[in-house]
Design a protein around this ligand. Sequence first.
Ligand code: NAP
Length: 292
Amino acid sequence: MVSISGKTKVCALIGYPVDHSLSPIIQNASFRHLGLDYVYVAFNVQPEELKGAILGVKSLGIYGLNVTMPHKISVIQYLDELDDDARRVGSVNTILNLNGKLIGYTTDGIGALNALKYAGVDPSGKKIVILGAGGASRSISFTLAEWAYEIVILNRTLERAISLINDIKGALGAEINIRASQFNDENLKVELKDADILINATSIGMKPEETETPVKREFLRKDLVVFDIVYDPLETRLLREAKTIGAKTIDGLSMLIHQGAASFEIWTGFRAPIEVMREAALKKIREGEENR
Ligand code: NAP
């Protein structure tokens, strides 16, 4: 293990709350595995402290940041530059401190795309049904809109989904094949009949409501890829039911790992050790379950 010295590069997560985040486990395991002189810590930062925290990043020379709720949008005003994806999506989850210049990136969308690819699923030319139009869906939808043949976003609050597809068309072109629809059983049944990939980007099924599922089992098919971005629990009811009918499933930890991997690559320039990241996260999750 590399010992911490005066030259160690510090990366950190800021958000609130971050006490149970898996990011320090994932990132430190990767730094150690590659023998990189980096360390990753987490800071609880309340909204009213965000400006001070970002000034502190500059003053202390903190090298890289991950940004999570509730700061992904509000942090933008304090940055010096945004990469194209972050500007389009309007959200930042990764910051690189390049000699005092803070550059914002978003790796959530690429995390979802790479989770699909890692599972052997190519989204190009596919019909993708995305549930939810919140922050996570926004990043995923922007990225996948450039690959898919067709995207349908179903959301409980229809106006939010309409506003999202208008933003995507505005950024990527009116010819992008993307629609919004009300999230209900009737529409789910119709849209899933000929869909190739289903992505749950709502919080339905997340602890403590793990007995919930956004989609009835009877609407799932064996040849539908089911990707649930909820990672607590790791196996949601949606994924469990999809598995029982033989569908290919992808869990939320996979997206978490791949978005973390993309951040790691921005900070270090090295390819992230995906399996090391996943093993470290699974070990932590198992320990947590034993202690419950
Ligand atoms: P968010 O911005 O609060 O959005 C939540 C979404 O879920 C909205 O579309 C909301 O619909 C919908 N929703 C919530 N409860 C619902 C219900 N009972 N019925 C129907 N729709 C409901 O949250 P987010 O940041 O996008 O996160 C969503 C989930 O993704 C969370 O579980 C989060 O932990 C997970 N996530 C995972 C990763 C990963 O790397 N795996 C990354 C980010 C987030 P309305 O618009 O109608 O409110």
